[in-house]
Write a protein that binds this ligand. Structure first.
Ligand SMILES: Nc1nc2c(c(=O)[nH]1)N[C@H]1C(S)=C(S)[C@@H](COP(=O)(O)OP(=O)(O)OC[C@H]3O[C@@H](n4cnc5c(=O)[nH]c(N)nc54)[C@H](O)[C@@H]3O)O[C@H]1N2
Ligand SMILES: Nc1nc2c(c(=O)[nH]1)N[C@H]1C(S)=C(S)[C@@H](COP(=O)(O)OP(=O)(O)OC[C@H]3O[C@@H](n4cnc5c(=O)[nH]c(N)nc54)[C@H](O)[C@@H]3O)O[C@H]1N2
Ligand code: SF4
Ligand SMILES: [Mo]
Length: 882
């Protein structure tokens, strides 16, 4: 049959933990369009800007297509042999703890399950950790301490049903856009619903909020301790619930009262106005349907577990757990952060939510797997693991689906560790990342659109990711690669799966094995799915058992918990500030997400449209700090700490509090000379969870005065420019660099000709004082590259120039090209605000001058904000700040 007919497939978005259903339209083994799956309960047909651009990111360019050993192409057999033989030798000589896996909340449950089974049951070490350590581990530890299990009690419907929603350390408008938009609609329908944002900076999420409390960075636990005291003082506790379903209340309250006896003390700890604190506390006290939605502003802290418990304490003390519209709601970041926890992907967990410190659990897992060498004690957590690698205690590491050279704190240490590790194996779908360049063995993995399996979203909902494109080159599925290595290690029988459905069935059976209601994670009713039932599996929330075959929306409504006593625990919380305090002259560096990029950009930066929103590393700076250091928006600014430097463009903003800075986590050595922000972040961790403090790091800041700045657009991929600063974006055709030099300017003419693709067809313009230089090169009459540099003048906007690459130009057009602007028409749009319709800030401001004064009227005039809606908070901010 000819394969040129169009087909469609239902799958799940590979980005955030909302877990939206996606309908994919496929033709000729190409994804030609995506839309939201109207039948998926997580998104009901909607997609955010990243989801809507999925079809722009699946091309084969840049993909890792075949295995490599020491940078040389190798056969699968030799690469797998090399991995298995080295692992076997090291285990033999130095014991099982000399090897490790480092996994990711972005691989599928089936991939995760086999990796965990191999390491913990067959190799005999628990050295299998994951990037979820950087993301969810404090939330997990907090839930386990309080509920006796890692259970999220709430579901997305609660966003519609709550009367008070407190978003804590969450920029949902950018990080969980479809949930944010659901809240927007809920508030439109019921304007009396109150929304509060607790975040040191003003974010796009505050657009929705009735109040934004810009608390002191890191002070959240004081606020929730203060709330517990207030509830007790104001007769707002649920005494019956506490008496029947809780333990530890008295000690928890005594500790809270000691630290935060009253509103004034609490407000002082948090740097807030007492009236704002009072407003929040009063609302919480009188609103039974209160939902606390928390994310990385809580988890990524040296006291993140305590912060999670400070929040949960207030919900337990008011009996608001697992009831409609009333719960603590920890939001997961990655598409399968929850699934990873289900299979025991963290070094201190066993599969199916079982625990190392429970001998019966160890026995259960060991018996079920018929494990020859069951790990008996927890393994190394991410930060400790990479330190053990540097010390040489761990001698081989296999990294799957994550980019630790960028995303772990103290990234210079991580790179040192990988450089000297005896064997670094990396499975990735992209050839060049900051981690793959440090690998000894590279294994090409299939990725979204090619893989088949399940993921679990923030509301415990298991959904299918379905593959619909053929794998490019020699790429293989992660589960298959792991099973092939297992088989070479002599465990072929236990890893003889033919299809992800077989793995899922085993995982489901284990969840019910010797369970009988003793463990929260139970999907035993899915253990007998046939392959076609697995393929057709509709999204479903665990637990899924014979008694709840349709799944479970909320947990703990009956007040029964998984602790030995069946009661939930309140914990005494000794609130504390960030572990690394700022010295004189330091700023607190906060790090996080930008709207249109995903993590280390390996996929989202392939879409030029997604790069338009924000095309360079940046630093948000308060107006006062900027004034003091004479920094203006658009200046290059350097941050330094741990002997490392980050350079980005200043964004001077009233949204940032004095003394605090914000920088995005996305840039790395592939996209900028000094864009990897984790080089500045010390590896300080939470003592309970091991999660690093990624939100509050002391740094120095300095405005930079480049001697020259430049812009280079090239049709072909080129070598990294030899300039002090550079950053790169992908264009529809070719790439564009921003450049700057801090020492003497080069002889530009020599400089460009020394490293850019040579061309006999070169035009140049050098002004008399030699402060400006412009050049363009042609190949067969078509524009090959254009370079514009200046010591003191502003550079022209890049949008029009990008459209000229690859074109044949007339003499007149060649002259215009060197002016950087068209002679008429094609106005400069400014930064793109609406990625869906490519509407820039300048056009929006123009439409506002012409009378558009609301999001709706801008939408009518320019279409902006009318598709995915991700830009609406920014549109509103422009309207409010005219
Ligand atoms: N666009 C986009 N979306 C994503 C991702 C992405 O890469 N790009 N990644 C996904 C992943 S894996 C994750 S984990 C989630 C993360 O989702 P979020 O946690 O919502 O995102 P972040 O930007 O990391 O941080 C959230 C907020 O915490 C605030 N914060 C910092 N310090 C404090 C503090 O002391 N107290 C409080 N209350 N707040 C503080 C920051 O200012 C920031 O606005 O996003 C997911 N969604
Ligand atoms: N300072 C600071 N640091 C942070 C954070 C922060 O807020 N501040 N956030 C932290 C958090 S919450 C997270 S989740 C991490 C994220 O950080 P990472 O996990 O390091 O980031 P990604 O870019 O998502 O890395 C995923 C890698 O897997 C590859 N990949 C994609 N699909 C597949 C597949 O199917 N199989 C395989 N084998 N590979 C695949 C991608 O190409 C990419 O290289 O960053 C953490 N680091
Ligand atoms: S909200 Fe998250 S899951 Fe949904 S489309 Fe956007 S990135 Fe994908
Ligand atoms: Mo995350």
């Amino acid at each position: 049959m000819k394969n040129n007919t169009e087909s469609s497939a239902l799958t799940t978005c590979p980005y955030c933990g909302v877990g939206c259903g996606v309908q994919a339209r496929v033709k000729d083994n190409r994804l030609i369009a995506v839309s939201g799956d109207t039948s998926h309960p997580a998104n009901q047909g909607r997609l955010c800007v990243k989801g809507s651009a999925l079809h722009e990111t699946t091309g084969t360019q840049g993909r890792l297509l075949y295995p490599q050993i020491q940078g040389q192409r190798a056969s699968w057999d030799s690469a797998l042999d090399k991995v298995a033989e080295t692992f076997a030798r090291l285990i033999d000589q130095h014991g099982p703890d000399s090897v490790a896996f480092y996994l990711s909340g972005q691989i599928l449950t089936e991939d995760y399950y086999v990796a965990n089974k191999l390491m913990k049951g067959f190799i005999g070490s628990a050295n299998v950790d994951t990037n979820s350590r950087l993301c969810m581990s404090s939330a997990v530890a907090g839930q386990k301490r309080a509920f006796g299990s890692d259970t999220v009690p709430a579901c997305y419907d609660d966003l519609d049903q709550a009367d008070l929603v407190i978003l804590v350390g969450s920029n949902a408008a950018w990080a969980h856009p479809i949930l944010y938009q659901r809240l927007v609609r809920a508030k439109q329908a019921r304007p009396e619903m109150q929304v509060v944002v607790l975040d040191p900076r003003r974010t796009a999420t505050c657009d929705l909020a009735d109040r934004h409390l810009a608390l002191k960075p890191g002070s959240d636990a004081y606020l929730f301790n203060g709330l517990l005291s207030y509830l007790a003082q104001n007769d707002a506790l649920d005494d019956t619930y506490i008496a029947q379903h809780c333990e530890g209340f008295d000690v928890a309250l005594a500790q809270a009262q000691q630290q935060c006896p009253d509103l004034i003390t609490t407000a002082a700890h948090c740097g807030l106005e007492p009236a704002d604190v009072q407003w929040l506390f009063e609302h919480f006290a009188r609103t039974p349907r209160s939902l606390t939605f928390y994310s990385q502003g809580i988890n990524q802290s040296s006291s993140g577990t305590d912060k999670a418990n400070a929040i949960i304490n207030c919900h337990l003390a008011t009996g608001r757990v697992g009831k409609p519209g009333a719960s603590p709601f920890s939001i997961t970041g990655q598409p399968n952060a929850m699934g990873g926890r289900e299979v025991g992907g963290l070094a201190n967990q066993l599969a199916a939510h079982m625990e190392f410190d429970n001998p019966a659990h160890l026995q259960t897992v060991s018996d079920f797997w018929q494990a020859p060498r069951m790990a008996q004690t927890p393994g190394l957590k991410a930060v400790d693991l990479f330190q053990a690698i540097e010390r040489g205690d761990v001698k081989a590491v296999w990294i799957i689906g994550t980019n630790p050279a960028v995303s772990l704190p103290d990234s210079a240490q991580v790179r040192r560790a990988l450089e000297q590790c005896e064997l670094v194996v990396v499975s990735d779908c992209i050839e060049q990342t900051d981690t793959t360049v440090l690998a000894d063995v590279l294994l090409p993995a299939t990725t979204w659109a090619e893989k088949n399996g399940t993921v679990t979203n923030s509301e415990r909902r298991i959904s299918r990711q379905r593959g619909f494109l053929q794998a490019p080159g020699e790429a293989r599925h992660d589960w298959k690669i792991i099973c092939d290595v297992a088989s070479r290690l002599g465990f072929g029988d236990a890893f003889d799966y033919q299809h992800p459905a077989d793995i899922f069935a085993e995982h489901a059976r284990l969840s019910g094995y010797r369970n009988q209601g003793s463990r929260d994670f139970d999907i035993s009713a899915l253990a007998e799915l046939s392959r076609s039932q697995y393929d057709a599996l509709a999204p479903i929330q665990w637990p899924v058992t014979d008694t709840c075959p349709e799944g479970t929306a909320r947990m703990f409504a009956d007040g029964h918990f998984f602790t030995p006593s069946g009661r939930a625990r309140l914990l005494p919380i000794d609130a504390r500030m960030p572990a690394n305090p700022c010295g004189d002259g330091d700023f607190v560096l906060n790090t996080g997400r930008s709207r249109d990029q995903w993590h280390t950009m390996t996929r989202t930066a392939r879409s030029p449209r997604l790069l338009d929103h924000c095309d360079e590393p940046y630093i948000e700076i308060s107006e006062r700090d900027a004034q003091q250091l004479r920094i203006h928006s658009g200046d290059l600014v350097s941050l330094s700490a741990l002997d490392a430097r980050y350079i980005g463009r200043a964004r001077v903003t009233p949204n940032q509090q004095t003394g605090s800075l914000f920088a995005p986590i996305h840039w790395n050595d592939r996209y900028a000379s000094h864009g990897a922000v984790d080089a500045l972040v010390a590896a300080v961790t939470d003592p309970v969870s091991g999660q690093p403090e990624l939100k509050q790091s002391p740094v120095r800041m300095q405005g930079l005065r480049p001697r020259w700045q430049g812009m280079l657009l090239s049709l072909d991929a080129i070598e990294t420019p030899a300039s002090d600063y550079w950053s790169r974006v992908t264009l529809e055709q070719g790439e564009r660099y921003a450049l700057a030099g801090f020492s003497d300017r080069p002889d530009w003419s020599d400089w460009v000709q020394s490293w850019l693709p040579t061309s006999t067809d070169l035009i140049e313009l050098l002004d008399s004082r030699a402060n400006h230089y412009r050049a363009a090169a042609f190949r067969d009459g078509r524009l090959l590259w254009v370079f514009i540099a200046s010591c003191d003048a502003e550079l022209p906007p890049p949008a029009w120039l990008s459209t000229q690459l690859g074109r044949s130009l007339t003499t007149k057009e060649r002259m215009q090209l060197l002016s950087g602007r068209p002679s008429e028409g094609a106005p400069d749009q400014g930064a793109i605000i609406c990625s869906c319709f490519q509407v820039g800030e300048k056009r929006i401001r123009q439409a506002m001058k012409e009378g558009a004064n609301s999001v709706e009227s801008l939408g009518k005039a320019l279409s902006c904000g009318t598709n995915c809606g991700s830009c609406i908070p920014e549109l509103r901010a422009l309207i409010e700040h005219v």
